[in-house]
Design a protein around this ligand. Structure first.
Ligand code: ADP
Length: 402
């Protein structure tokens, strides 16, 4: 794999530099610390975990910054840069140094050791015109977004087995995150990028701008989440499970689009249902329309149903998803040609609206959780919790129980 090869080259160079003992390279490569403390500036993001290793010297000591823009996001541009010694190309994301950005960088770095998560190679804190910035050097993803690639396939039909293989990769990345108690909370097509344009390129998850550590202690102490059942049955699910369940909903949506070329909660392909869309999502009204779903396996539909449950307490966890036969036996899924490429092309002009719709839904799920009313356990009349209290469980057990 090309990207891995490059990573290795850079890693080799870094190791050589380290051996020279120039003291400059407390590098953090591939999510693993090479040496030194994780924090060099005494500032803590309060994560209670290893954060990124922030270099204080100028990024330009190590990298040549190019004018080539690789992409534009809500927080600014991502540009190409070149490692001075190895000549390897990387992507550079510049963020204003605010606590939210530190959270993004720390969580992305912590998750970045997985083969399906974009690697964070180096992080710098530099000041430009009195503005403190974080500069994140990542592996460069030259293969573009997931659905663009499927859309551009031409005559060769995209098959259900290929879909299962892609979903296996995405799910294994999410499993890696959830095991570390990190919820991504923004899994959507634009954040799934390919390493390069080769046929065997890897798909990787990026943009940890909304990621959240799910096992941080609650500032209100002994508390549980109690909120109106909009997406969630109250009290059944702790805040930490709710955050993770967002990611499973996203996985369901991505899987649905992969298998037909349009999102669920959409009228027969063509008309986005903006006014009624929220109600549709709330009540879980989606179907598997004919003819595009006729040839799709029952196992795939079964998994989608379990991921798109409106009540997060009923929704599959990442562990259950990894154990579902469509994922475990992804290599044996039928090699049926799908309608996906054709429909993605027909729907090109609606793609922006579909992205916006998914974005809005993810945003409202995050808001539901942020607005969660915290009720003291003592005040809660939830039967399950009462039972736990009687069993004299420690408060942490109630909050963090997986
Ligand atoms: P934001 O958090 O501001 O939305 P993103 O991290 O999503 O920023 O990046 C914005 C865009 O930059 C992406 O949509 C993508 O096109 C491009 N991009 C991001 N990371 C990389 C990367 N590692 N390699 C190549 N392009 C990237």
């Amino acid at each position: 794999n090309q990207a891995n090869g490059k990573q290795t080259t850079h890693q080799g160079q870094l190791d050589k530099d380290k051996n020279k003992g120039n003291g400059k390279n407390r590098f953090f490569v591939g999510g693993r610390k090479k040496e030194g403390k994780s924090k060099t500036n005494g500032q803590s993001s309060g994560l209670g975990m290893e954060g990124a290793n922030y270099h204080k010297y100028p990024v330009t000591n190590d990298y040549r910054i190019s004018r080539k823009v690789l992409g534009v996001g809500i927080n600014g541009k991502v540009v190409e840069c070149e490692h001075r010694r190895s000549g390897e190309k990387y992507a550079l994301k510049v963020l204003r140094d605010v606590p939210k950005a530190r959270r993004e960088v720390d969580l992305h770095s912590a998750a970045s050791g997985h083969s399906h998560v974009v690697k964070v190679v180096d992080v710098y804190e530099n000041t430009y015109n009195d503005v403190q910035c974080l500069l994140v050097v990542m592996e460069s993803m030259k293969g573009g977004e997931l659905f663009t690639r499927i859309q551009q396939r031409g005559q060769q039909a995209f098959t259900e087995r290929e879909g299962a293989s892609i979903m296996y990769d995405i799910c294994s990345a999410v499993q890696h995150l959830h095991r570390q108690n990190i919820a991504h909370r923004d899994i959507k097509p634009e954040n799934l990028l390919y390493t390069d344009e080769n046929e065997n390129a890897s798909l990787k998850l990026t943009d940890f701008g909304f990621a959240k550590k799910t096992d941080e202690s609650d500032p209100n102490g002994l508390a549980t989440a109690c909120f109106t059942p909009y997406y969630c049955a109250p009290e059944v699910l702790g805040a930490e499970k709710y955050d993770k369940s967002c990611d499973l909903w996203s996985i369901g949506v991505v899987m649905y689009i992969l298998l037909c070329g349009y999102p669920p909660f959409y009228s027969a392909h063509g008309q986005p249902m903006s006014p009624g869309m929220k109600a549709k999502i709330r009540t879980g009204q989606y179907t598997f329309p004919s003819p595009e779903w006729d040839c799709v396996s029952e196992a795939a539909k079964d998994l989608i149903r379990k991921l798109l449950k409106t009540d997060p307490s009923q929704r599959y966890t990442i562990q259950q998803t990894m154990e579902h036969k469509w994922i475990t036996h992804y290599k044996k899924v039928p090699d049926t040609p799908l309608f996906t490429t054709g429909i993605l092309n027909e729907q090109k002009e609606h793609w922006g609206e579909m992205q916006e719709e998914m974005e809005k839904n993810l945003a409202s799920m995050r808001v539901v959780n942020e607005n969660v009313q915290i009720k003291n356990l003592a005040e809660s009349n939830n039967r399950l919790l009462q039972k736990r209290k009687q069993q004299q469980l420690k408060p942490a057990d109630v909050i963090t129980e997986a």
